[in-house]
Ligand binder design. Structure first.
Ligand code: NAD
Length: 265
């Protein structure tokens, strides 16, 4: 990381965390890293916490392509956090740039009603916010595909496939495969309503359009990773794999399959 020296630490301060963060700051100074107070001045953004903190750090700093994002956990190994605040030796090895690899994670680009756009690293979820089901017409590349009725749908990236998507029976996807996956949340399947009923993995150049059928329950919640959007009334979500990727650092001995095995097997 010779050209990247301005580091912003993204974390929620606490009495328990502060002494460990001080040690991390000391280590950073030893290797000539500048700790900046404004994320706009940073070219490395390090989150301290779990996967949720990493997702928030990226969202709050607007998915910057000119930054390297680093996830540092505090004892709970996650999917986006390769470093442990309780293992400074490993972080020091990272600062010396030995055994490190830069990874590029694909993101989703979601456009709401042709007006507002946002990115997601894990997934975009559309869910009923009341106890009633709601309905969505699904189009793929302008082709009408199915009409869904149920609790909602989730569109996930490859790295997000091990999160909400997996709980819905979606496939775990190797992040080397560039594409995105559509999964259903409790679809109704009977003689009146019919959906595919299984996860659908789409290639990176597909465009998915989810049109909310305006039948009374047409105020679903839209979730972008771990944040709910404040949009009240939507007609249509257009979703595709974004050209913008997130750059992150990984230790070479912590591959995707290591993480899957460590977390689930
Ligand atoms: P949270 O506190 O509800 O934790 C969710 C769990 O998901 C945590 O253990 C986190 O480490 C894990 N996680 C997050 N991203 C992951 C990934 N890419 N692969 C594997 N595990 C992952 O919320 P949070 O920590 O803010 O995480 C937000 C994520 O939670 C959302 O993006 C969504 O994927 C997931 N989520 C899951 C469910 C579910 O499984 N039923 C429901 C809602 C949200």
């Amino acid at each position: 990381m010779p050209n990247r020296r301005n580091v912003y630490l993204y974390y929620t301060p606490s009495d328990e965390l502060e002494p460990k963060v001080q040690e991390l700051r000391k280590l950073g100074r030893k290797y000539d890293f500048q700790l900046v107070k404004n994320p706009d001045e940073a070219n490395i953004i390090a989150s301290i916490g779990g996967d949720g903190a990493f997702l928030q750090a990226i969202r709050k700093t607007k998915f910057r392509e000119d930054c390297l994002y680093v996830g540092i956990n505090d004892g709970h190994l996650g999917f986006y956090t390769d470093f442990d605040l309780n293992n400074l030796e490993r972080i020091e090895a990272g600062m010396q740039a030995s055994g490190l690899e830069v990874l590029r994670y694909p993101t989703l680009e979601v456009t709401v009603d042709e007006m507002q756009s946002f990115q997601c690293l894990n997934e975009c979820a559309i869910r009923s916010n009341i106890i009633k089901t709601f309905a969505i017409d699904v189009f793929i590349d302008d082709l009408y595909f199915e009409t869904f009725r149920g609790d909602g749908m989730v569109v996930s990236t490859p790295t997000g496939s091990t999160a909400y998507n997996k709980s819905l029976g979606g496939a775990v996807v190797d992040p080397k495969l560039k594409g995105f996956q559509l999964t259903e949340i409790s679809s109704i399947n009977n003689n009146q309503y019919r959906t595919l009923g299984s996860p659908l993995l789409l290639n990176k150049d597909r465009e998915l359009v989810l049109k909310v059928i305006q039948d009374g329950n047409d105020h679903p919640i839209i979730g972008a990773d771990n944040e709910a959007l404040s949009i009240r009334h939507i007609h249509e979500l257009k979703i595709r794999l974004s050209e913008k990727e997130i750059k992150t650092l990984r230790m070479k001995d912590n591959l995707f399959l290591h993480k899957v095995r460590r977390s689930f097997l």
